[in-house]
Design a protein around this ligand. Structure first.
Ligand SMILES: Nc1ncnc2c1ncn2[C@@H]1O[C@H](COP(=O)(O)OP(=O)(O)OP(=O)(O)O)[C@@H](O)[C@H]1O
Ligand SMILES: O=P(O)(O)OC[C@H]1O[C@H](OP(=O)(O)OP(=O)(O)O)[C@H](O)[C@@H]1O
Ligand SMILES: O=C(O)c1cccnc1
Length: 490
């Protein structure tokens, strides 16, 4: 039984034609060149952690599954392709009856991921494995980027809640909806986006806009009306006119004269402008002096992890942060940079033929062959020690001793012992059949929190974090180096 975390089970959109056109021209080319049934392996990986962080977070698998479940060329798609006069009629017949037949393995959502390691691996007929590139990349690049950024913001907030406020400034509505999902997985407490609650069960919450306050004759009238309408969940926006002179005094008045007689407490005030560190301290004192020490202070206004860190270091009195544009657009570094590369094909006897892509830039040289990713966890406290990429047949036994080495400087070697070795890629599809049961979103979020809390503290720093080791096994390193040497001498 397969169950899905979103309430509508599958996004019903058929996004088959969301592909780069060259996927179709190559597919037709493979078909016409007798390569339809050639089995190929592609790795999806990324090269650099955004914002110089110590790790990224993997997200988007559930939407990949939805895409693959809906993968089908409609009659309309086929007529479009026919009109382009580029495609063989037999190829179009093949597309008409297309059925996805690949094997797919993936990291699970909420897993910390590192540059250079396969986070998704696809094996199957080259036409198919190649074709899904664009959707795999756009989905994983987007959600992993937003999750990675959000987790930085959540870490900067040091246990205070982070409310995701970004929909209005996201790069389009899918970015708002799926960005909210990624942000929640990575630790945002809620989203202002109602769609994300309806479809994903992410708690939707919010305060009020300045327009609410402006639309009444006075600020006080607007607060009274809001408090009477929502007596048990009332957070007032206090900066429309003058935070300290009118906003907070009016909020205190409403707390005592409207809410308390109704048996309720004022939940919070939100500050959205000015020097929020200075103001929050003043506001805290005013609220406390008025007996409202349980009233929370929420701040917002173009926040990001660095501003939050700075504001807290100034002694700001804040209970929660509302973060919009910088989170939902990952503004500081808006490209995740995941790529999808061919790493092997198979011959007719089923033997792997490793493939490599050479570049003058060493970091851009791909790692060939069908590979596994292992994470070695310290046995006692489960801190990850290093990731090791091996060839398929290699096994890393628990406890070692196992020698890891820096693939760029092979003299840097270390023998590790007393660990648990875990294979990180789990089966998602077997020959086109879904074999993975996705946890629900709340479980993914919990798992993500656990995974991040197991990382070394030194990896969690926002600036210059410890660089985690992603190593190659000796056998894989030898294969890569020999292929490189051979190609370079040719
Ligand atoms: N104490 C502080 N330390 C660091 N940054 C702060 C501090 N207080 C506010 N900021 C940030 O400074 C940035 C600039 O705020 P800005 O002055 O443009 O807002 P504002 O003019 O007060 O508000 P608005 O233009 O929305 O009415 C915002 O990102 C805000 O979060
Ligand atoms: O600054 P961000 O991190 O993106 O956080 C969201 C912003 O969106 C709202 O402002 P907006 O001016 O859109 O509407 P408002 O009238 O509700 O303030 C809110 O007041 C925040 O300032
Ligand atoms: O609910 C809020 O306070 C909110 C929602 C979206 C954007 N800014 C603020």
């Amino acid at each position: 039984m397969i169950s899905f975390s979103s309430k509508d089970k599958f996004d019903s959109r058929n996004l088959t034609m969301l592909c780069d056109f060259y996927e179709l021209t190559m597919a037709n080319g493979y078909f016409k060149n007798g390569m339809k049934d050639t089995i190929a392996v592609f790795d999806l990986f990324f090269r650099r952690i955004p914002d110089g962080g110590g790790f990224a977070l993997f997200c988007g698998l559930e939407q990949i599954i939805q895409y693959l479940e809906n993968l089908k060329f409609s009659d309309e798609d086929i007529s479009y392709l026919k009109k382009r006069k580029l495609f063989d009629p037999q190829f179009l017949d093949y597309l008409r009856t297309f059925r996805f037949e690949c094997d797919v393995w993936s990291m699970t959502e909420g897993t910390p991921i590192f540059p250079g390691e396969p986070i998704v691996r696809v094996r199957g007929p080259i036409i198919q494995a190649q074709f899904i590139e664009t959707m795999l990349l756009v989905t994983i690049n987007h959600q992993s980027l937003i999750a990675t950024k959000t987790n930085r913001i959540v870490r900067a907030a040091k246990g205070r809640s982070v409310f995701e406020f970004g929909s209005r400034r996201a790069q389009g509505y899918d970015a708002a909806n799926y960005g909210a999902r990624a942000a929640y997985i990575a630790g945002a407490a809620s989203s202002a986006n109602t769609w994300s609650d309806v479809h994903f069960g992410i708690p939707a919450s919010g305060t009020m806009a300045h327009s609410w306050v402006q639309s009444f004759d006075t600020e006080l009238d607007s607060f009274i009306a809001y408090a009477k309408t929502y007596p048990n969940d009332c957070t007032l926006l206090v900066d429309t006119y003058n935070t300290l002179k009118t906003g907070v005094p009016n909020a205190i008045k409403v707390a005592h004269e409207v809410l308390e007689p109704m048996g309720h407490r004022l939940q919070g005030v939100r500050l959205d402008s000015g020097d929020v560190a200075y103001l929050s301290k003043k506001v805290r004192k005013m609220l406390d002096d008025a007996g409202l020490d349980d009233c929370k202070i929420v701040i917002s206004n173009s926040l990001d992890e660095f501003l939050i860190r700075s504001i807290l270091s100034q002694g700001a009195q804040v209970n929660a942060f509302g973060v919009g544009e910088n989170l939902i657009t990952a503004r500081s570094e808006a490209v995740f940079g995941g790529v999808y590369k061919l790493v092997a094909t198979y011959d007719l006897d089923g033997n792997v033929i490793p493939k490599i892509k050479i570049s003058d830039n060493f970091e851009k040289i791909t790692t060939p062959s069908f590979k596994e990713v292992w994470r070695l966890f310290e046995k006692d406290d489960h801190h990850p020690l290093a990731d090791v990429i091996t060839l398929e047949h290699e096994v890393i036994p628990d406890d070692g001793p196992y020698e890891i080495f820096d693939p760029l400087d092979t003299t840097k070697r270390k023998v590790v012992t007393h660990y648990i070795a875990k294979k990180m890629l789990v089966p998602i599809y077997e020959k086109g059949t879904l074999v993975y049961q996705s946890p629900n979103l709340h479980q993914i979020r919990k798992e993500c929190h656990k995974n991040v809390s197991e990382l070394w503290e030194e990896m969690l720093r926002l600036d210059n974090p410890h660089q985690y080791y992603v190593d190659l096994s000796q056998e894989l390193w030898d294969l890569k180096t020999n292929m490189l040497k051979e190609l370079r001498t040719k």
